[in-house]
Ligand binder design. Structure first.
Ligand code: GAR
Length: 202
């Protein structure tokens, strides 16, 4: 059984989708630890609902990004995880962190990268009159929302729809795609070699 650590900052709807997929055996892995950099977030309640061990490590309690990231690594590395999953973890990571987990760290981002790294992706896509919007799952390197892309999911923007509706459509794609990618990584169908994503036949 592969071991996963999930990092969150908020709602945790992706965490829930991943936890469900582990529970029903679609992902052959167990979530060993959930870490949140915010206390009192819904994601922590969701971790509890699935009986997952969780820890809060608040970034405000550290003087530097590097010290915070070091505290994260101190919790993560002893677990010897096969995969560390960023699921709405809204922190920029230091080089030391991404290098320590090279090839084992993935992120989901709500845009068709390289379009719109950072925040407010939905708003930017609508304001720019884009026809399509979507999500990207990628291995994480030391660039913000950068790193080799594993897969993307796209939808057509309906300019008449509210931003809330667009976000909810985007999240539905996330909840389908992220668990599937994690399952494929856990089964050895997807991996990172020499900074390139390799796909094996299922
Ligand atoms: C997700 O839409 C995820 O793509 C985004 O935060 C949301 C978290 O939702 N992540 C980023 O913007 C990372 N750059 P959740 O807490 O309900 O899973």
């Amino acid at each position: 059984m592969k071991k996963i650590v999930v990092l969150i900052s908020g709602g945790g709807s992706n965490l829930e989708a991943i936890a469900k997929a582990c529970q029903i055996g679609n992902i052959p892995a167990s979530i060993e630890l959930v870490i949140s950099n915010q206390s009192n977030v819904k994601g922590l309640e969701r971790a509890k609902k699935f009986h997952l061990m969780s820890k809060v490590i608040e970034h405000q309690n550290f003087n530097t990004r590097e010290e915070f990231d070091q505290a994260l690594l101190e919790q993560i590395l002893p677990i010897e995880p096969d995969l560390v999953v960023l699921a709405g973890f809204m922190r920029i990571l230091s080089n030391d962190f991404t290098e320590a987990l090279n090839g084992k760290l993935i992120n989901i981002h709500p845009s068709l990268l390289p379009d719109y790294p950072g925040l407010n992706t939905h708003k930017q896509a609508v304001e720019n009159g884009d026809l399509m919007h979507g999500i990207t799952v990628h291995y994480v390197n030391n660039q913000l929302d950068g790193g080799p892309i594993i897969t993307q999911g796209a939808l057509k923007i309906d300019p008449a729809q509210s931003e809330a509706k667009l976000i909810s459509r985007i999240q539905k794609i996330e909840h389908a795609v992220y668990p599937k990618v994690i399952a494929d990584i856990a089964k050895g169908y997807i991996g990172l070699q020499d900074d390139e994503v390799k796909f094996e036949a299922e």
